[in-house]
Write a protein that binds this ligand. Structure first.
Ligand code: IFM
Length: 761
């Protein structure tokens, strides 16, 4: 077993954390979390955990937050105000080691060595520890944990334990941590448990098998309770105890369905092939993913590591086989934002999946297709037409943003994003269009994507109201800059809305040409008549954009330019976010921006910034941004990279990388997956200048002088293309599929199998 407990030796693939501190433990658990899009598991220590909470700085704080999640398992817990939240399932990794009657716990005795490693290459969490007990017994452990990428319902834990003494009375208990599971048990058997969420009636079943070998001989466990195994033996110094546990998980959407037989069958299958085969299949699945999504940077080890970390979590977050779930703001790595799905998915994550894992992108977009009814209801409720996607979404597609949160003084603070942050509808449409352009997945476009485009366009046409000035206005919104609430004509929202309507008109034309029957059927289904289409054209022509043609500058929203100027740079060294330092009122009356807003628009719709427009707007808005959201720096990096400002781009990339790699306390609630998706975008859409929505595969690299090469692969309309950017050339190689055109910095050449192309830069 020991050989599989050793990390990948090749440099740059393993993240290491030595020691244990109550201040950073929870952030480490997020950072090293495991996931496969169906299951998630925080990297809490499994053995000798002891109490998981501490009293710290006058508050009761959780030091460790051992949590396992199942995607889509939402319930209505006892929160105020009540909103659906992802509920944790039993932590199946718990081990207790009791030596001569004394449990080994972290706070007693001495930890001589305690290291956790995230082996990103293999997708495994490795731990080693050496603990000297108060009785001077030294125990050494090596552990491996994984959530299989080859079979998403399977988890594996291996642990090897060695003591340095003879004649210790050893008791090893392996159990499923049931405390804190907010579900009612419906079935508890020796190797199987099933629990039902109290409100939504979903059921999750978990089946487990555990074994222990002592010096190679299988030992029999006692089974006093369901899902608990106990072994007792008298130690010999140096004797190797090898523990292995397999778990299989199944979810059912309705309480009438019983997922237990599925979990049990998966477990039987897994135990019959054995843990070595499970591990091998998992490692092969990771190999295949790294082959498609790996990025190699020569000349920047830090960002190389950060991009691997980003790709590791992005790969861990998605499940192409389940199109009823999407990725929450912290993926399956923590509880922050209750597992809710935001625009983060479509704008910050989808480009990665579209370019390197189109099957996952499709499933994520189908989630939005399946939740169209919720989006239609939200639009109707607001008095509009079409589909208004919820700002925060869980499993049903209903709006799940809480109406308020309790402030530090115990008073409720109203949350307006659920009522006003409407740009999400255009963001979903944007991701649909980009996916279809990049993949050529006509089935998706015809059967699902076009309907999303039309329904979101219909929403915007009803939302943009013609006024006495002859223009159409979108009032009472919140743009990406959430510091300013209830604003009129937010440039990001309005220009994206206009784009959305124009795109839907184009989609309908394409549908009529390519699939006239479907076009007719859809028009009938949606009762879309010519008069309404004329209204859409009118909206495209008359929506206010906030662009001053004389200066090329967009006004972020009506009245932004007249707000008080504030030197945001004066606040950068503050430990607290600027809106906390200066207060809500002053924030709202100042030109201080929470996150990329007009800057995000430059990234998404560069064609709306002709001439020097992108530069002018970036230079204007960048100094006004306080980066109060983890989404912000990456978007600035992407835009700076397109502008050729590589120092600025690299600075923002490093800032994004440090969010989860440097154990910022906010990581405790889970990794900031949108920031990680943004980091990938900064490298591939920013520095390499990949355009996913063009007529050909387009690139326009601007390699920073510090980097020697940037190599990666993308999928483009069924072909896999390897790309390597160096100075002064770009090389493109067809890895799979038929010949195709590639355009680099405006020059198009035809790429054929076996004949790489070289473009001078
Ligand atoms: O979607 C974001 C939002 O833009 C800023 N606050 C956090 C949300 C979830 O990541």
């Amino acid at each position: 077993m020991l050989e599989v407990l050793r990390p990948t030796q090749e440099p740059g693939w393993v993240l290491t954390h030595e020691g244990y501190s109550v201040l950073t433990e929870s952030a480490v658990e997020s950072r090293f979390a495991l996931g496969n899009g169906f299951l998630g598991m925080r990297a809490a220590r499994s053995t000798g955990r002891g109490p998981t909470w501490v009293s710290w700085l006058g508050y009761i704080r959780w030091a460790s937050w051992p949590r396992c999640y199942v995607a889509g398992l939402f319930d209505m817990p006892n929160t105020e105000p009540p909103v659906p939240a992802l509920v944790p399932v039993a932590d199946w990794s718990r081990i207790r080691l009791i030596l001569d009657g004394e449990p080994l716990v972290v706070r007693e005795g001495e930890i001589l060595h305690g290291m956790r490693r995230l082996d990103m290459r293999r997708g495994v969490l490795l731990s080693e520890w050496t603990h000297r007990t108060p009785a001077q017994v030294t125990a050494k452990g090596h552990e491996l944990r994984l959530l299989s990428l080859a079979d998403r319902s399977v988890g594996l834990q291996l642990q090897q334990i060695v003591l340095d003494r003879d004649d210790i009375d050893v008791r090893l208990e392996a159990s499923f941590g049931l405390a804190g599971v907010g579900m009612e048990p419906v079935r508890l058997e020796n190797d199987l448990g099933a629990w039902r969420t109290e409100g939504t009636g979903k059921v999750v079943a978990m089946a487990g098998a555990a074994s222990l070998h002592l010096d190679g001989a299988l030992a029999d466990p006692e089974r006093p309770f369901p899902l608990r195994w106990i072994w007792r033996w008298r130690s010999k110094a140096g004797q190797v105890a090898q523990f292995a546990r397999l778990v299989a998980v199944a979810r059912a959407e309705r309480s009438e369905e019983d997922p237990a037989p599925r979990a049990a069958a998966t477990l039987t299958r897994s135990t019959s092939v054995g843990w070595r085969a499970i591990l091998k299949a998992h490692e092969s699945a990771w190999d295949a993913h790294w082959s498609d999504s790996g990025i190699v940077i020569d000349g920047d080890d830090d960002l190389q590591r950060a991009l691997r970390f980003a790709v590791y979590h992005l790969t861990s977050a998605a499940n192409p086989s389940d199109d009823r779930v999407s990725i929450g703001a912290r993926a399956l790595t923590g509880d922050a934002y209750f597992g809710h799905v935001f625009w983060d998915t479509e704008i910050y994550l989808l480009p990665f999946y579209t370019a390197v894992w189109p099957e996952a992108a499709r499933a994520l977009l189908m989630y939005r297709f399946h939740t169209l009814p919720g989006a239609r209801s939200k639009a109707t409720l607001g008095g509009w037409r079409g589909a208004l996607y919820p700002w925060e979404s869980a499993d049903t597609g209903e709006e799940t943003t809480p109406d308020s949160v309790l402030g530090p003084d115990g008073k409720p603070i109203e949350i307006l994003t659920g009522k006003m942050e409407h740009h999400i509808s255009a963001d979903v449409a944007y991701a649909v269009w980009q996916y279809w352009r990049a993949t050529g997945d006509d089935d998706f476009f015809r059967d699902a994507g076009a309907e999303i485009l039309l329904e979101t366009a219909r929403f915007w046409a009803s939302r943009a109201v013609a006024e006495a000035d002859g223009r159409r206005h979108i009032r009472h919104v919140i743009g990406p800059d959430e510091y300013h609430e209830d604003v009129d004509d937010n440039a990001f929202t309005n220009v994206m809305a206009r784009w959305n309507i124009g795109c839907a008109l184009e989609a309908l034309d394409l549908l009529r040409k390519g699939w006239p029957d479907r076009a007719e059927a859809l028009r009938d289904k949606l009762a879309l008549d010519d008069q309404e289409l004329d209204d859409w054209r009118d909206a495209v022509a008359r929506i206010v954009t906030g662009l001053d043609p004389a200066t090329g500058l967009y006004e972020q929203f009506a009245g932004f330019h007249s707000l008080k100027q504030l030197n945001v740079a004066d606040y950068v060294d503050h430990a607290l976010p600027i809106d906390v330092v200066i207060g809500r009122e002053q924030t709202q009356s100042s030109q201080v921006i929470k996150q990329a807003d007009v800057v995000a628009l430059i990234a998404l719709l560069p064609q709306e910034f002709p001439g020097q427009g992108a530069e002018i707007n970036f230079r204007h808005y960048e100094p006004r941004c306080a980066h109060g959201s983890s989404l912000s720096a990456a978007m600035h990096a992407r835009v700076a990279a397109r502008l050729g400002a590589s120092d600025t781009a690299l600075r923002y990339m490093r800032e994004t990388a440090s969010l989860d790699l440097d154990l910022d306390p906010n990581s405790a609630g889970g990794v900031r997956i949108a920031g990680l998706g943004g980091l990938w975008q900064a490298a591939i859409l920013g520095i390499a200048g990949l355009n996913l929505a063009g007529d050909t595969l387009e690139l326009d690299p601007k390699l920073p002088p510090q980097w020697d090469t940037l190599s990666f692969k993308v999928w483009w309309r069924g072909r896999s293309v390897g790309l390597s950017v160096s100075r002064p050339m770009l090389e493109a190689r067809l890895m799979a599929g038929d010949g195709m055109d590639v355009t680099v910095a405006g020059v198009t050449q035809h790429l054929t199998p076996g004949s790489p192309l070289r473009f001078e830069l």
